[in-house]
Design a protein around this ligand. Sequence first.
Ligand code: SDX
Length: 378
Amino acid sequence: MSVCEFKPGLEGIPAAQSSISFVNGQEGILEYRGLRIEDLAENSTFLETAYLLIWGKLPTKDELIEFEHEVRYHRRIKYRIRDMMKSFPESGHPMDALQASAAALGLFYSRRDLDNPAYIRDAVVRLLATIPTMVAAFQLMRKGNDPVRPRDDLDYSANFLYMLSEREPDPLMARIFDVCLTLHAEHTMNASTFSARVTASTLTDPYAVVASAVGTLGGPLHGGANEEVIGMLEEIGSVENVGSYLEDRLQRKAKIMGFGHRVYKVKDPRATILQKLAEQMFDKFGYDKYYDIAVELERAIAEKLGHKGIYPNVDFYSGLVYRKMGIPTDLFTPVFAIARVAGWLAHWKEQIAENRIFRPTQVYTGHHDVSYTPVEQR
Ligand code: SDX
């Protein structure tokens, strides 16, 4: 068998065959099961998109109604998981709380029955339904409040915003949040999805798969960048400071959060849509001065780094949308996780059907035949 050349970060190396999503990084194209992200953002809902990703086709009206009903029915979390979350330190990062509680779901549901479609559907529904509830529950509990019960009369996104704020959200805000979830649902072989597939390939339970992916998503080079972007815009402070900030970062060869991508060498199509959603939010709910700084930073970086294919990625404008929704900055990545559960579950199903454990090789760079030196002689 031929051994491929080692590529750091597996850059350009296919790690799986998949029909779930497709990215053309040169032309800025993203498709979910062949449908363009722009069409789904415009016409679909997150739950319908999740169904498309996981079962490979848009649901009929009856299938969608049944799926939405099942998810609505499973939104509540076990009181023992809620009690466990009560013991988490308020200072803990919500992504760590989410990873722990997602893994805890496995304690209740992890009997593995991967050949049983009913088990697969049950796991899909439970994870899509409970992850938002766990994110919102931790937010209220770390503020010293009791978590609120999900509202069966609210749809998926409106219910999450309600559970987070204890107030029924404006319909436009709920719709824009739902589009954000669709935009973040899936993105081919990104680090957290790869992590999900590796974990799934051992045939462990889907709760461990999602917990593994949550842990991967949290890093600042991946899903954690959206939180860092807001801190960067606050540090810049004004449009006038953009030039000097950028000069300093570039001189230190420091990465600019929210920019660059392993695949996109043009502006991420999701960033384009998120920028428009941010403008819609500002039109209705008031302006955000950080938007001017963001637009100027995008212009300045295109000038300096455009030739390297460094443009805004999905994390650059998303935080400005979430800020205007009143979502705390350290919940931006958990919100990313709520959406990406759909993609991780689609890849989980695809991976268990392939039934081949990931076990790559390595290029060994160590020594051989080293003799043992007793501790007294070291
Ligand atoms: C997500 O993979 C996915 O699909 C992820 C994602 C998804 O939906 O799942 O799209 C979500 O994670 C988006 C990315 C969020 N992360 C950030 O915004 C963090 C900042 N971005 C960089 O860390 C970086 O762009 C990565 C990690 C996103 C991609 O890194 P690569 O492909 O490994 O690129 P690299 O580090 O090898 O850089 C190549 C060149 C270098 O310059 P040279 O050494 O060749 O001169 O581009 C430069 C880098 O210095 N570069 C940047 C930069 N990103 C790359 N320079 C300044 N700022 C940046 N952000």
